[in-house]
Design a protein around this ligand. Structure first.
Ligand code: IMP
Length: 181
């Protein structure tokens, strides 16, 4: 089985290739920059992107949108995680969290799937906390400051583990089970 994954993010492609590979689904990559709608929720973004891209490409495809949601910051940066990563970076987030003991956060990924019959979404989440400082060099984005609840290390310290328990794994695993059924 195969599926087309549209993304301009090489890190996401690498992770999704490995995740869907474990479900015996081959991932075909189309690198494409597309503009996303502005919305507070990753589900809305993924659904709209899947619909729009299917109307252009006309082949069954998946896209995904991911956000980091920090409880004490009322869910910030959430669906604006890409913009915030560019403007503030991890050090900017750590600065906002300085002297803060409530560090709970979660990552949420929404996979948007579209074909000629319509669209579907699949959500995956992982709970964790924001570290005190950046730790680790693997992965990308917020990985060096996110420690999943089951662990003592950040995602950036253990990429192999990330791909087994991450928000992206949970979302794509849900997609894979439906796609193969
Ligand atoms: P996007 O809008 O889904 O591309 O993601 C927004 C931003 O969140 C990205 O630019 C990354 O900085 C960050 N991000 C997305 N997924 C991850 C992840 O798995 N780990 C760490 N950061 C991520």
């Amino acid at each position: 089985m195969q599926i087309l994954f549209i993304t301009s993010n090489e890190h996401k492609f690498k992770e999704v290739k490995e995740i869907l590979g474990s479900f015996e689904i081959e991932v075909l990559h189309q690198k494409m920059n597309y503009s996303e709608i502005r919305a507070d929720d990753v589900e809305e973004v993924a659904l709209e992107s899947a619909k729009t891209l299917f109307s252009i490409i006309k082949k069954p495809l998946v896209v995904e949108d991911t956000g980091l949601f920090i409880d004490v910051l009322k869910g910030f940066p959430g669906a604006y995680s890409g913009w915030v990563q560019k403007k503030l970076g991890n050090n900017g987030i750590l600065k906002l969290m300085e002297n803060e003991s409530r560090r709970d956060a979660h990552f949420k990924t929404c996979v948007g799937y579209a074909d000629e019959k319509g669209c579907r979404t699949f959500v995956g989440k992982v709970d964790g906390r924001i570290s005190i400082e950046e730790q680790g060099k693997q992965g990308f984005g917020y990985d060096p400051i996110f420690i999943p609840n089951t662990e003592n290390n950040t995602f950036a310290e253990n990429e192999t583990l990330k791909n087994r328990i991450s928000h992206r794994f949970n979302a794509f695993a849900a997609f894979a089970k439906w796609y193969k059924a």
